[in-house]
Design a protein around this ligand. Sequence first.
Ligand code: ADP
Ligand code: MG
Length: 490
Amino acid sequence: MEARTALDLHIRARYPILYLPTAEEERAEDDIRAVAEAWRPAWRVFVWDAVHGFVGVEGSRGMPLPALEFIAAQSPEQPALFILRDFHHYLRDAQVARHLRNLATLLRSRRQTTILLSPVVEIPPTLTEDITVLDYPLPDGATIAEHLHELLGGLETRLESGTSEALVKACAGMTLNRIGQVVRKALAATGTLDERTIDLVLDEKRQVIRRTEVLEFIASTDDLDDIGGLHGLKAWLERRAMAFTERARRYGLPHPKGLLLVGIQGTGKSLSAKATAQLLRVPLLRLDVGRLMGSLVGESESRAREMIRVAEAMAPVVLWIDEIDKGFRGVSSSFTGDSGTSARVFGTLITWMQEKTSPVFVVATANNIDVLPPELLRKGRFDEIFFVDLPTEPERREILDVHLRRRREHRLRDFDIPTLAAASAGYSGAELEQAIVDAMYVGFDEKREFTTDDVATALAATVPLSRTKQLEIDALRHWAADGNVRHSSL
Ligand SMILES: Nc1ncnc2c1ncn2[C@@H]1O[C@H](COP(=O)(O)OP(=O)(O)O)[C@@H](O)[C@H]1O
Ligand SMILES: [Mg+2]
């Protein structure tokens, strides 16, 4: 939902205290004012910060309590909005918290809303009932274009239309402030506005992504042709790729949400995630859940929201959550350990996954199903859950073909792929690839080409993981057969 619409709805519904996590104070305040001025008669807007207090209000400087008293003392008949900048600093204070709770009760019956603006989300549990967090998205394309226009004084119209669109797109995912900085820096560096500006902006954006500390830009060229087998999954992905187009939007299809791939190690789940981005022709962002959950308490929550904001601003994009089972081991959205932070982070993420309308396609992978929170598997989080089994014999043939072709396209006919496939029951794709690499070492060492026999020897010399993990595999197969889970080979 657009920020102004969301603000408008919440304020009219008399939410007493809203919390907007954003570093873009100026843009947020502009949006709030725009909402207040659109009503007839316009609502008044008061702004408080620790340095100035409320303008013209004696004694409200640096002091949170008088600021709250000022709000409470306003005439109930007067519609108004009260913006408190950086108020998160005070929320842990018992008196402030009590005051805010009283204020919440008071404001519910008035056409008045208090809005906390802050770059981080830090809400003590006692206040979560009274404070509603409204996510404030990063600027959209139109806002960026408008801002660039102001910034460049119309210079951008000299760009070819494709380049100027590319510049707007390159700026997505950053705040207006940062866009200003980056574009000015790029202009100073090159003395003009051209394709090089876009490269500089993209470099800067990579840094913004890195600064979230939980997201990473992945450059990968793996595509569906690099995956052997998994035909059910590939066919499904191709159909979903169509749903990503503008034509599908006009037809009325919703944006696809994403998929979860479950299976033992080395079966091509991560590979499929990378190939998905390639298929959809969109950037690939990897989310490090372990790191997200491991951030200091409280920080995790801000990070989760920031991650979502950046991912949405970058959309269309594939958000790859690798080994989600490791990060969310045993978490539940009603879990209350570590003051409930993990539960809230998990809750934030699954609620977003369920409700998001932006083209962020989530591809999550998991090796283990037992430790996954059941809420994650509930309908509506993913479009589909796939079980990725060990490759069948025909699938092994395809996988061997992919990897031999990659390394020895010109000698492909020298290899007896059917024999190798027949001799490798229970081997995963990763293990088949490794056997080829091992064979290459032998050939290289003996200063000759490697052969089918070398690969067969390498296969015989390794114990596939499946042999030691038979129980786990059986359990996964049972789970897949019982539940609403698709088999990726079919
Ligand atoms: N089905 C497959 N087709 C081709 N290569 C595969 C396949 N499965 C695994 N591999 C190879 O093994 C590597 C590791 O697999 P990966 O996707 O990381 O497994 P997972 O994420 O399921 O543990 C891949 O990069 C690829 O080279
Ligand atoms: Mg993996």
